[in-house]
Design a protein around this ligand. Structure first.
Ligand code: SF4
Length: 402
């Protein structure tokens, strides 16, 4: 019997060559931070994200220059043989851009519309309708993405007023959460009334707090069968962003909620944008929902390790595997399922190495300067000398080839 969580039932939605929802694996997404008007830099960053494993990439389309650049970005990706679907992120001027530059809509695989940020009053309805009609015309799916920071203020005011009339009013926080959900569901119903098919809609309702995010998505999942895009918005930098996103998304994924995820990390200045992709992959892989890379099991190290040597080896092996993966994936199907152990001493080293497909137990303080290697649970060789790292790397490569 599978130990994976039972997925919340959703309707599959095609996004270019990728399907989101239904029984399809949870999809990893990311977003560029380049100026979309700079087609070359944006295409380069989309390519980096796609090669790192992002299966869908979103780009902002916030100006006429950006809208004009979208077809060129698509062409550049096609020339690199990358069919990663592009999603256009549209806000208050989206209706104008999509009407004036239909080739932009054509080059995109999906439109993301934030219903809280498409205008006010009667204008809002007409502008929203224009964007949905473009999606219908080009047969593109739409992600209706509501966000805590840009919640429809008219809807929120109405719901706050209604709540105040209740004999037992809810806390303002609870009303805001309900307003987010209502905005997503009412906007989806409106899109369907305009003519967008049910199986062309994905929803998201992002907030920046872990507990509110869990509550909002649990409620949303209970009330609809649209695929859900998960993400903690403004998760933050470094460990804070990674931990908060992991905490929130893991709870939901374990409950079978979520068909696609994005980890919104604030990169360090000049930092690597692809980190959000590797974190998303690590979450899905460590939960046993998907396999992307061979797992490297490494002990944390302690006073028994004779040096930091083993940490470097674990790091080198991890980087080497990441580098080799695109090639290995083509030649060795199933390679992402394997486990490599790099252990610091004899206490847990042999045991953990035997459980892995291939593992090495490095010498700890006071131990003989030798490193036994285990393959499929059996000791196959003992490495010694200056080149243990290179020799072990070669054994990993040979193991994969076999
Ligand atoms: Fe320490 Fe050895 Fe355990 Fe690693 S395997 S944490 S070095 S006791």
């Amino acid at each position: 019997m599978s130990s994976s969580p039972v997925r919340h039932r959703t309707v599959p939605v095609r996004v270019g060559p990728v399907t989101v929802g239904g029984d399809h694996p949870v999809v990893v997404q990311s977003m560029t931070n380049t100026d979309t008007a700079d087609a070359l830099r944006t295409a380069v960053q989309v390519a980096e994200l796609a090669r790192a494993g992002s299966e869908i990439v979103r780009i902002t389309v916030n100006s006429e220059d950006a809208a004009r650049a979208v077809p060129e970005i698509r062409e550049r990706l096609d020339a690199m043989d990358l069919d990663v679907p592009l999603v256009g992120d549209f806000h208050f001027n989206g209706h104008k851009l999509l009407t004036k530059y239909p080739e932009c809509a054509e080059a995109l695989a999906k439109l993301r519309i934030n219903p809280g940020n498409v205008g006010r009053g009667s204008k809002r309805d007409a502008q929203y309708q224009a964007m949905i009609e473009t999606a219908i015309r080009f047969d593109r799916p739409v992600r209706i993405g509501v966000n805590w920071g840009s919640l429809d203020q008219e809807l929120l005011a109405r719901m706050m007023d209604e709540n105040a009339q209740q004999p037992e009013p809810l806390e303002p926080q609870a009303v805001m959460e309900q307003a987010l959900i209502t905005s997503a569901l009412e906007s989806a119903a409106e899109a369907e009334r305009i003519g967008l098919p049910h199986d062309r809609i994905i929803l998201s309702a992002k907030v920046s707090g872990v507990q509110p995010l869990i509550r909002v998505y649990q409620d949303l999942a209970a009330r609809c069968d649209y695929p859900l895009h998960l993400g903690l918005t403004e998760a933050g930098m470094g460990a804070r962003g990674i931990v908060a996103s992991t905490a929130a998304l893991s709870v939901l994924l374990q409950q079978g909620i979520g068909d696609t995820i994005r980890i919104s990390l604030t990169p360090e200045p000049g930092g690597d944008r692809t980190q959000e992709v590797s974190v998303a992959q690590e979450i899905l892989q460590s939960m046993g929902l998907r396999s992307f890379l061979p797992s490297v099991v490494a002990c944390p190290g302690c006073g028994r390790t004779s040096s930091e040597y083993f940490q470097h080896l674990a790091q080198d092996i991890q980087s080497y595997i990441r580098q080799q993966m695109p090639t290995w994936k083509q030649h060795y199907p199933g390679v992402e399922e394997m486990t490599v152990a790099v252990m610091g001493c004899v206490v847990n080293g042999p045991g953990e190495s035997k459980h892995a497909d291939i593992g090495i137990s490095l010498p700890g303080t006071g131990e003989q300067p030798v490193a036994p290697v285990y393959e499929d649970g059996e000791k196959t060789v003992t490495l010694k000398g200056e080149h243990i790292a290179e020799d072990f790397q070669a054994r990993v490569e040979a193991y994969i080839e076999r």
